[in-house]
Each structure stands twice: as structure tokens, then as C-alpha cells.
Design a protein around this ligand. Structure first.
Ligand SMILES: Cc1cc2nc3c(=O)[nH]c(=O)nc-3n(C[C@H](O)[C@H](O)[C@H](O)COP(=O)(O)O)c2cc1C
Length: 402
């Protein structure tokens, strides 16, 4: 049996997580203001040609049910984001917005309805995005839309009883929730259509005043299923090159939106499966997924994505099959992925890799960063260019103001 690939950085991190909350009660309080007035955090930064007034990014968090059944963003969604704009967050990002209706059956509801917001189909839907953008612009925040090629193997398999459709994936992977249900391998034609939809969605977002697009390439969703050899084990066709789908999607978007519109990409540096499971090779549901990208391979892939047109990344670790990791619970330390963003910063800076418009690739850190001194330190020490907050901004939209 071949030796499992394990990354020393990932292994060290995973092994270090555990009892942070119990062992470091003082750190866990953490709302200290030693570095007040947090000069770096409140300095502006450019993503491509777009100026963001501070370094705080609101993490994407699914806007399920924040839309009409057609997919038009509703008043609740506008109020939710406007509140965070009022609270002072420089860059907001929406939760995932699928671009694969009619292709990935797990993203749609019976009858062609939607519980995800949509940026396709009708002009009414498009105008909802304009309302959202203009509302947050009133408070000088910017907003990016998170586009997702779909859920693939991690989508709820309700499509099978409801519509007699199997879920889909890059290869014949088992469905995450009910492994007895196989996912059908997507054809090149359907994947081309998703890319076309993505390019159109990006152009529509741009036309409606949304400030940038953000691709949902982490955590083992369909974009990662296509771009990670753990899940993409295709032998035939152009997408048997596991990086091709991601690169082609970015190129198609860039072609549609022109050189200066921000493109952000969310990626995990590693699925960390080999590092989190001791016996993965003998586990029925996971043994096929041991050949994921190593950290170095991911960095090379990110470089290819920059060449294709990406301006900015946020980086984490893990996927559905070790769900705790990308949604760090109490036992994981605050700033748990700061050395992960540091690895990305170091790679791009030491190799002098620039974006297509000649700027630095902006790297965003995520993972329990809602402690002001810690967030400032991560920025000051060049471990990242921006900090992304999820649950903190969910709990307190006014965290930046405070
Ligand atoms: C309620 C909730 C919904 C989420 N939805 C998404 C999503 O739509 N897209 C995505 O990429 N990540 C999603 N995430 C992950 C977050 O963006 C973020 O990476 C994670 O919560 C870690 O950041 P935090 O420690 O600041 O909360 C979600 C997280 C939460 C808590």
C-alpha cells in the first residue's frame, strides 16, 4: 500500500487543537484593546482597483430563505447586510449563490423554486441584487457575491425521492449524507454550461452594482470536487486535469467582467483528511479520498488561478468529512488558521507573484478572529492582508464600530 501523503504544517496544526477554551480561559475572553486604535485593521486596501475602507471582511454565511421562492433577494437579506454595513465592516460577502440550477439537482427545490438567492432566470431577480448593493453602498461598504458551481456530493439527496434525480459530482462519489446513494459523474457538456452560467452571473452582478465575485472553492463543495484529485478521479476528457475546471471558470469570468473587476476565490490549503483520520485507508466512505492536494500543490494551483485572473484568496483547512475543522469549535484556538494564511502570503510574496493588474495578491485570514488585538496582530505581522469574521459578525453586526 502506498504511503499516505501528510503535510507537516497541517498535521502539526490538527494535533495542536483540542482544549483551547479550557486551557486558556484568559485568551478565550480575548476582547482586549491593547493595540487600540487598531491602525492596520482600519487602514484601506485595494482588491484590484476597488478600494475597501478597512481590512474587515464578513465571511460568507448561507442566506437560505433570505429570498423569494424565485430567488430574488428579499427585504430580510437587505436588512441583514445593511446592518453589517452600518456596523462598519469594509467588505461584505454573501453566502453561496448557485450557478447550476437544472444541472446540480441538490440546489433547487421541487417545481423549480429556490431557497438559495439566485442571480439568474428573471430580471426581477437581478433587480433584487441592485437593491442590496445600493443599500450597503449607502454606508460605504462593498459587497461581493459568492458564486457556487453547486453542492455535488455534499448536497442533500432529497432530489432522489422528490424528483427521481441522482445527485452529481466530479466522479462516482458517494453522497455525503447517505453514502448508499451514488453521485452521477457530470459530463463535460454540463460542466461547460456551469462555467458559462458563472461568467454570465458575474457579468450580471457587475451590472447590478455588486462590487466583486467570490468563488466557493473550499470545503469539498462541487468546485472543490472538480479541482481536488481526492474527488476528481476522471480519466477522460479535459476536466480529468483536476485544475482545469477552476482555471477555466476564472478565465471565463475574467473575460466577461474585464480586467479591473475583483475576483476572489475561497480555498482550503488542504482537505486535511489524511491528517484527521488515523485509519482512513480502511474507511469505506473515505478511502477513495486520500489523494487530495498537498499544501504545496494547492499553492501552485492558486498561482495558476492568479494567472487566470484571481485577485484575492481566503484560505482555511478541511471539508465536510471533518466539518469541525472549517467551522472551528471551542476547542480550537482563536486565529487557528493564521499560519495557513501566512503560508499563502509567504508563497506569493517570496515568489513575487502579482495579479494581472500588477498588484499583490490579497490574502484573507479566517477562523475565530473576532478578538481585536489578535486580528490586529495577524495584520501587523503580515500573516494576512485582511481578516474575515463569520460568527462574530453574525452575533454582533457592530463589532467594527465598537
Ligand atoms: C451559519 C454559517 C453559514 C455558513 N455558510 C457558508 C457559506 O455559505 N459559504 C462559505 O464559503 N462558508 C460558509 N460558512 C463558513 C464561514 O464562512 C467561516 O469560514 C467559518 O464560520 C469560520 O469563520 P468564523 O470562525 O469567523 O466563524 C458558514 C458558517 C456559518 C457559521
Amino acid at each position: 500500500m502506498s504511503e499516505l501523503k501528510k503535510d507537516p504544517l497541517v498535521q502539526e496544526l490538527v494535533d495542536s487543537y483540542g482544549d483551547w477554551f479550557l486551557e486558556h480561559p484568559e485568551d478565550a475572553k480575548g476582547m482586549t484593546g491593547k493595540l487600540y486604535p487598531f491602525k492596520t485593521m482600519f487602514s484601506p486596501i485595494n482588491i484590484n482597483r476597488t478600494k475597501i475602507k478597512n481590512r474587515i471582511v464578513m465571511a460568507p454565511m448561507g442566506n437560505l430563505q433570505m429570498c423569494e421562492e424565485s430567488g430574488r433577494p428579499n427585504e430580510k437579506m437587505i436588512q441583514y447586510f445593511t446592518e453589517r454595513a452600518k456596523g462598519g465592516c469594509g467588505l461584505l460577502t454573501t453566502g453561496l449563490v448557485p450557478i447550476s440550477h437544472g444541472i446540480d439537482p441538490t440546489v433547487s427545490e421541487p417545481g423549480g423554486l429556490s431557497y438559495f438567492p439566485r442571480i439568474d432566470k428573471t430580471r426581477t431577480n437581478l433587480v433584487g441584487w441592485r437593491d442590496l448593493a445600493s443599500s450597503v453602498h449607502a454606508y460605504d461598504s462593498k459587497i461581493f457575491i459568492q458564486l457556487t458551481p453547486g453542492l455535488g456530493r455534499v448536497g442533500a439527496p432529497l432530489c432522489l425521492p422528490n424528483e427521481l434525480k441522482f445527485p452529481v459530482s466530479a466522479s462516482f462519489n458517494k453522497n455525503f449524507y447517505i453514502p448508499a446513494i451514488p453521485c452521477i459523474r457530470l459530463s463535460d457538456g454540463k460542466l461547460n454550461k456551469i462555467i458559462k452560467n458563472g461568467a454570465q452571473a458575474a457579468l450580471d452582478a457587475q451590472c447590478q452594482g455588486i462590487d466583486g465575485v467570490y468563488l466557493h472553492g473550499h470545503e469539498g463543495y462541487l468546485l472543490e470536487q472538480m479541482t481536488n484529485p481526492a474527488f476528481n478521479r476522471r480519466k477522460l476528457g479535459k476536466y480529468s486535469d483536476p485544475y482545469r475546471f477552476g482555471v477555466d471558470l476564472v478565465k471565463a469570468i475574467r473575460e466577461n467582467v474585464g480586467p479591473h473587476y475583483p475576483i476572489m476565490y475561497r480555498i482550503d490549503l488542504s482537505l486535511a483528511l489524511n491528517e484527521t483520520y488515523e485509519n482512513i485507508e480502511n474507511m469505506d466512505t473515505l478511502k477513495k479520498y486520500t489523494k487530495g492536494r498537498t499544501v504545496n500543490e494547492t499553492l501552485k494551483f492558486m498561482e495558476a488561478l492568479v494567472k487566470a485572473g484571481v485577485d484575492c484568496f481566503d484560505v482555511d483547512l478541511g471539508c465536510y468529512d471533518n466539518w469541525w475543522l472549517p467551522h472551528p469549535p471551542a476547542g480550537m484556538p482563536a486565529g487557528c488558521f493564521k499560519s495557513v494564511s501566512q503560508a499563502a502570503v509567504d508563497y506569493f510574496r517570496s515568489n513575487n507573484i502579482k495579479t494581472n493588474t500588477g498588484g499583490d495578491v490579497v490574502i484573507v485570514a479566517v477562523g475565530k478572529l473576532g478578538f481585536p488585538d489578535l486580528a490586529e496582530e495577524v495584520l501587523k505581522d503580515n500573516m494576512a492582508d485582511m481578516v474575515m469574521l463569520g460568527r462574530q459578525l453574525l452575533a454582533d453586526p457592530y463589532w467594527p464600530e465598537k
